[in-house]
Design a protein around this ligand. Sequence first.
Ligand code: AMP
Length: 427
Amino acid sequence: MAFSSLGLSPALLAAVNARAFALPSPIQTLAIPAALLGRDVIACAQTGSGKTIAYVLPVLQQLVLSAPAQPRRLRALILVPTRELAAQVGEEVRGFAVQLELCPKVVTVFGGVSINVQMMELRGGADIVVATPGRLLDLVDHNALSLSEVTTLVLDEADRLIDLGFAEELGRVLALLPSQRQHLLFSATFPPSVQALAARLLRDPVRIDVVPPPEALPDIEQRAIAVDPDRRTQLLCRLIQENPWSRVLVFVATKHASEKVAGKLRKARIDAEPFHGELSQGKRTQVLADFKASRLKVVLATDVAARGLDIAELSAVVNYDLPRSPVDYTHRIGRTGRAGLSGVAISFVTPEGASHFRLIEKRQHRRVPLELVAGFEPVVPPEHWARRADDPEDGPRTGGVKGRRMSKKDKLRLAAGQATSPPGGDL
Ligand code: AMP
């Protein structure tokens, strides 16, 4: 099906054609016509599937077709969980809006930067606001905007909105909206918390669950390398130096690890910067801009970068620390292999993390063979790694003898190897 069959107005169709997309993606084919009819939509789509445009186009079309509001009144509210995603979505909406004759006013608001600038931008009103929930509520408290005439509410990455502790703020936002409104709820994953929210909010929604055919799945080669915790930085340097990667996103568990490993890479003359929630927003924006513009090769990030970010031609994602959940694993590796390009996702698996990695494999229904890299073999070979009582599978990982216990010497080696492991933890 072509974009021209989706019911888009000629002006929006021209704006889409300017992007030279060959065809709408499956989520766009299903969501756009339903949203244009004014229906509530709940859509589950893989990250990188084109879901932003699937809601941006209907939102714009409804504004363009309805009577122009003078002064401007906020009619479409797009809520997202992170500042970077807000900036990215805001750009996407603005990119289409400027091509329309009436040019709806789009304002992006998020925390970590001066509220005054955003209040100035909101003077004279806005037609569309893209926001993170906390800053949106601050602006409402400052009487900088009113939500009382919003007709469409979009929740992007809804599971993350709830995960990141925005549930209470979301409740406050919902209470400020008129009861008659359309909901467009998008996410790559739908845990029970989101299903409960959907059941409470949506009226007779169109449910869209795009299961991509195998050939349409992102082309991500998944690899796992067995390594002792204290050898990971050296292994990372080796991989970065040996592979023809243009850009590498490395996930670590803590802000501290993000700073420390970035510092060590810089000492090894690798261009690397940390990216985490305690950096100033100016620094975060700068790091991301440098990364996207190829002025920076490696970013050491906490999970604050795991969701929604669209970095073109990201060759590799490395899980220096494993993510806390299989869902986070999906989001992290989804930063590569986007827009039809291939990518590689490499996880460092330490003796302590082996059971957790098996759980990730199990949830993905995919086995990722554990590799050894010459010169980085763990002191205790993987077939001797201890198994936890809650390990999801029965057999040993790599050909060891089932039930074989570690020798005292193996345990001592393992303890020595783990002593330098950084603590797990915060975003
Ligand atoms: P998203 O899932 O919204 O983060 O989009 C992922 C990427 O796919 C973005 O770079 C979009 O510009 C791109 N994209 C969106 N729709 C299409 C389409 N119909 N064909 C090709 N690429 C698209």
